[in-house]
Design a protein around this ligand. Structure first.
Ligand SMILES: Nc1ncnc2c1ncn2[C@@H]1O[C@H](COP(=O)(O)OP(=O)(O)OP(=O)(O)O)[C@@H](O)[C@H]1O
Ligand SMILES: Nc1ncnc2c1ncn2[C@@H]1O[C@H](COP(=O)(O)OP(=O)(O)OP(=O)(O)O)[C@@H](O)[C@H]1O
Lengths: 216, 216
């Protein structure tokens, strides 16, 4: 159960830090703004106010002992860049940065960031998927061509049995489970009748999943 | 296959618009900045420059004919608020907004936004899940207590057969599929031997999924 450090307690950094704490991890929150350090002092395991571009201050925080350090500084690119370089120089094993644009991301990767996240662009793409297909409540990409999706049954199939959907014969899809309210029914029998509100967990190629979603 | 309109072609709005176009939808991109309208004119089906707080200009764009309209204006809250109110007033069926804070989100929902996204906060939370559990390459929440996760097999189980993992007996987990490179093997037989790089698609309670992830 690793310890993590998050530098920059803006909207991205503070949400990330809180979630890590909720998942049971010890988190060190760092920000040069004492007001933010104060605000999160009760929600994050430990918080300190320091300027991450100050190599001496960074050394005192013993950051190489953390499983990973997140650089959650977005608008001030130079600070983000200098901090990333300093972290790699003192030997932090895993550095994750947020960035505002793909150009900033490329630069951070070049100077040693292990991973760079573009929150606005990535949420834009993810939101488009949800907006385009509102009945698709979830999707996981498994390969370039296949996914598993969670899709709400439309009223048109309520009362039908699973076998009436011809999932395997017509669409080459596998039904992994039915989600019914708070219950999950894995590998349901083909005679199982679908109810309003049911969600189907389907595995198949993206092409066939799309075709199925459009057909129903 | 619905048409969508996106107001605000910043990082969030432009990524969202491009993704909708990639998914095969017709998209109208709107921004008051002509430079952005120009920049995306080749990537988005149709682009126009107008001020979305101008009700007359909004009426001319015939926005109620779109399946949904996205208000992707973040930093200028008043513009986002006025635009949302205007859109609902002219009868747009579905309005999706981005917002900077939970307070802004609550206000937008009160004035009629159907859905409000907080990109930085939501990506912070999502990134924390990925950082905390790097071997967990994907997860879909199915209910309050259950999920389906995609987890890479650690070297310790390579060469073992599925039945040696005691997924059902020890963890009450269902193995929906093995993902091997670009191949997906649904409902694999219990004698299937695990290889390096394999990913397991497992359904179960979050508690048991966690326990399993920690045990391996
Ligand atoms: N050199 C630094 N050392 C420590 N903290 C810093 C430094 N530079 C910026 N910060 C902090 O990082 C936080 C996030 O920075 P900033 O607001 O520039 O990024 P942002 O990407 O706009 O934030 P958000 O995550 O809210 O979108 C701020 O709270 C700021 O005080
Ligand atoms: N009244 C308006 N009418 C049309 N477009 C507008 C209006 N107000 C702002 N915009 C546009 O919306 C876009 C996004 O706005 P802004 O940059 O304030 O938000 P942001 O949340 O910081 O953006 P990003 O999505 O990059 O994070 C800008 O390109 C801006 O020109």
């Amino acid at each position: 159960n690793g310890d993590f450090a998050v530098i920059g307690l803006g909207r991205f950094g503070s949400s990330l830090a809180r979630r890590l704490v909720a998942l049971g991890h010890v988190v060190l929150g760092i920000d040069s703004d004492p007001a933010l350090v104060q605000r999160y002092s009760h929600e994050i395991s430990q918080t300190i106010s320091l300027d991450s571009t100050d190599e001496e201050a960074l050394k005192e925080a013993d950051l190489p002992s953390y499983e990973a350090v997140v650089v959650a500084i977005g608008t001030e690119f130079e600070s983000s860049l200098l901090t990333t370089v300093a972290l790699k120089q003192v030997g932090v094993k895993h550095v994750i940065c947020k960035a505002a644009t793909t150009t900033h991301k490329e630069i951070l990767l070049k100077v040693g960031a292990d991973r760079v996240i573009l929150p606005e662009q990535e949420m834009g793409t993810k939101s488009a998927d949800e907006i385009a297909n509102p009945r698709m409540v979830g999707a996981l990409s498994l390969s370039a061509e296949a996914s598993i999706i969670e899709v709400e049954v439309p009223e048109s199939v309520v009362g039908l049995a699973i076998r009436d959907l011809n999932l395997a014969t017509r669409y080459h899809l596998t039904l992994s489970a039915i989600v019914r309210g708070e219950q999950v029914l894995p590998n349901p029998v083909s005679t199982q009748v679908l109810r309003l509100g049911d969600r189907l967990l389907l595995i198949g190629t993206n092409r066939e999943l799309d075709r199925f979603s459009n057909d129903i």
